[in-house]
Design a protein around this ligand. Structure first.
Ligand SMILES: [Zn+2]
Length: 232
């Protein structure tokens, strides 16, 4: 009754799983390494966040510490810049890199950066799509109804689209971050290079998620075709 048992298409996901493990390891190691090295400017994540926001004429974003490690995010609805406690209070190169990246998202939001708008707009449909995809595909295969199976695949493609739109948003935030840190004089050139390494590692985790989504889509396409063959 469970058609995915012994499903050989799982093999397709292996490259994405390996990349995800590699990226996660790199994020941890680069973050830990550059968390030990204080920036010469001596400013904390929270101080740099405030300074960067103000120099971009953003005065309505609150900066708040949150629990956990690498849990930093910008919340566009509440207009809050959430910095993990280690980053909020830290003067390290890693902390300033992460801080400037999150400020990058706040600037994207304030300036109406198009990919961020698209991303926010497709969040709800992408969630519905990824929740419905597997049940529909399974139903299609069980009923031998390829149309239903393909609707499942189409639903999943919304989740893939979300991952794809996330990439420019993340890369752009990191590029803005690195530039702002150097132009503003918060980091010197050699320090910027180190902060960049942390952000590049983080970007790789988004690449891994996107690759996973694309390969999953490929896998679902194959499975939905298999549903058709079974009927013949
Ligand atoms: Zn980000």
């Amino acid at each position: 009754m469970f058609p995915f048992y012994f499903d050989p298409t799982y093999v397709l996901l292996i490259p994405a799983i390996l990349l995800a493990i590699y990226a996660q390891t790199r994020v941890q190691t680069t973050f830990n390494k550059y968390s030990q090295i204080p920036a010469r400017s001596g400013m904390t994540g929270a101080e740099v966040a405030m300074a960067l926001l103000n120099s971009n004429h953003i005065y309505d974003v609150n900066i708040e510490p949150v629990h956990g490690q690498l849990t930093d995010y910008y919340d566009p609805r509440r207009k809050t810049l959430n910095l993990s406690e280690g980053v909020y209070h830290s003067t390290s190169l890693a902390a300033l890199g992460v801080t400037a990246h999150e400020v990058g998202h706040a600037i994207q939001h304030a300036t109406g950066y198009a990919p961020l708008k698209v991303r926010s707009a497709i969040v709800p449909v992408a969630n519905i799509g990824s929740n419905l995809a597997f049940p529909l595909l399974l139903l299609g295969i069980i009923l031998g109804n390829q149309k239903v199976a393909f609707i499942g695949v189409a639903a999943f493609s919304l989740a893939v689209l979300f991952q794809l739109v996330t990439l420019p948003v993340e890369y752009n935030a990191s590029n803005r971050a690195v530039e702002a840190l150097e132009v503003g004089g918060y980091l010197e050139r050699d320090e910027v290079h180190s902060a960049r390494k942390v952000l590049n590692a983080a970007a790789m985790t988004y690449m891994a998620s996107t690759l996973m989504a694309v390969l999953q889509l490929l896998r679902l396409l194959i499975l939905s075709g298999a549903g058709n063959r079974r009927r013949d």
